[in-house]
Write a protein that binds this ligand. Structure first.
Ligand SMILES: *Cc1c(COP(=O)(O)O)cnc(C)c1O
Length: 392
């Protein structure tokens, strides 16, 4: 494999051939319970019949038209998506292919909004330390983690990182040079870190007063992951822009920049585009996901399953577990040891886990996971943690 693929990221030593529900099977026939869902992407698990049906039917009928021509299925998807995001005040959508591309679109939208209204010099975008917004040069500039800020400069100019939860720093940073505030309400990559509600309320208020666009990066937390369609609903605020991707089409690449009233009419003819963005195949998959996920009963189940996971883990009172943070089926577990060996050990026992930082495990099970599978997976995790030798 190493002679085929660039050595760009950590990969666990396994090769998968197929998946069904919450299970994956490797090339030797060994089965694994999947608590990663392809990093919050396979939200309906593997081989979900309605998703497979929608993709197969669409593939046979029309796959792609480009931005020059609309497809009927993309219209249906956009309508359904705007409806799902209506509680957050979203009015229009731009379809892209990934989280980074959606965030790029969001940043362009904020800069153009400000330029049209106030002219040059108001282009800065404030983000949070510990954030993750993507791997392109601009979204790396937005990402507030130093480990990403080497080797690839110069980065896009105009990003400021402030500590999450720090209202005074926020108030200072949102000065007259700023057009947008971009943040994850619940930071994913850096350890499932929810922002305090007071901080979010303050951010929404300051942005409204200063006419700064409030942008929620819901690439990981959106599409039901936290038990509401968008995580921002749980905070009772309406952002101006929401970016989505990961779970939105259950595994087919798609991203979305959603805009509320302020930002919905900013882009003009020729301002933005994306060859693959929102093609018919992705739209069909996205529509199938929304029809299943965006119902009160289904979202309630995500919340219930997430609470079940958290209460089981807490009930262990395990000496390795320092803290559990759960929002729906988005869980972070701070452990008293390095996370990567835990992932490897879990893999060998048939459980797939993620980490988020050096000492945090990240659980992102598919929404369709059953109660028995939750119990089974967590039992394996407990066994792995039991097997860790205490540091001397
Ligand atoms: C994964 C992620 C991204 C990047 O998405 P890609 O599809 O990998 O470009 C951006 N923001 C957040 C919060 C993410 O979790």
């Amino acid at each position: 494999m190493n002679e085929l693929f660039m050595n760009a990221y950590h990969r666990l030593p396994v090769v998968f051939r197929e998946g069904q529900g919450a299970w994956l099977t490797d090339i030797d026939g060994k089965r694994y319970l999947d608590f990663t869902a392809g990093v919050a992407v396979n939200c309906l698990g593997h081989g979900h019949p309605e998703l497979v049906e929608a993709i197969s039917r669409q593939a046979a009928s029309l796959i792609h038209t480009s931005n020059y021509f609309m497809s009927d299925i993309a219209i249906d998807f956009a309508q359904r998506l705007i409806k799902a995001c209506a509680p957050a005040g979203m009015k229009k959508v731009f379809l892209a292919n990934s989280g980074a591309e959606a965030n790029e679109g969001a940043c362009k939208l904020a800069r153009k909004y400000s330029l049209k209204k106030y002219g040059e010099g108001r282009h800065r975008i404030v983000t949070l330390q510990g954030s993750f917004h993507g791997r392109t040069i601009t979204t790396l500039a937005a990402t507030g983690q130093d480990k990403f800020h080497k080797d690839f400069g110069p980065f896009t100019e105009g990003f400021t990182h402030i500590p999450g939860g720090d209202e005074a720093a926020l108030e200072r940073a949102l000065d007259p040079s700023v057009c947008g505030l971009l943040l994850e309400f619940i930071q994913g990559e850096s350890g499932i870190v929810p922002q305090p509600p007071g901080f979010i309320k303050k951010a929404a208020k300051l942005c409204a007063e200063r006419d700064i666009l409030f942008m929620a990066d819901e690439v990981q937390s959106g599409v039901g992951r936290t038990g509401t369609f968008l995580a921002c609903e749980g905070y009772g605020v309406q952002p101006d822009i929401v970016s989505l991707a990961k779970g939105l089409a259950g595994g087919i690449p798609v991203g979305a920049v959603m805009a509320g009233e302020k930002a919905a009419h900013v882009f003009e003819m020729g301002d933005h585009g994306s060859t693959f963005g929102g093609n018919a195949l992705a739209a069909a998959a996205g529509l199938a996901v929304l029809r299943i996920v965006d119902t009160p009963a289904f979202l309630n189940e995500i919340r219930r399953k997430g609470e079940k996971c958290a209460s089981i883990i807490t009930s262990w009172k395990h000496k390795q577990v320092k803290e559990v943070r759960a929002r729906g089926l988005m869980l972070g577990i701070d452990i008293d040891t390095t996370s990567w060996p835990v992932l490897e050990s879990a893999l060998s026992r048939g459980l797939l886990l993620l980490c988020a930082g050096p000492n945090t495990l990240r659980l992102l099970p598919p929404y369709i996971i059953s109660d028995e599978e939750i119990e089974q997976g967590l039992e394996i995790l407990k066994g792995v943690l039991d097997g860790i030798k205490q540091p001397q």
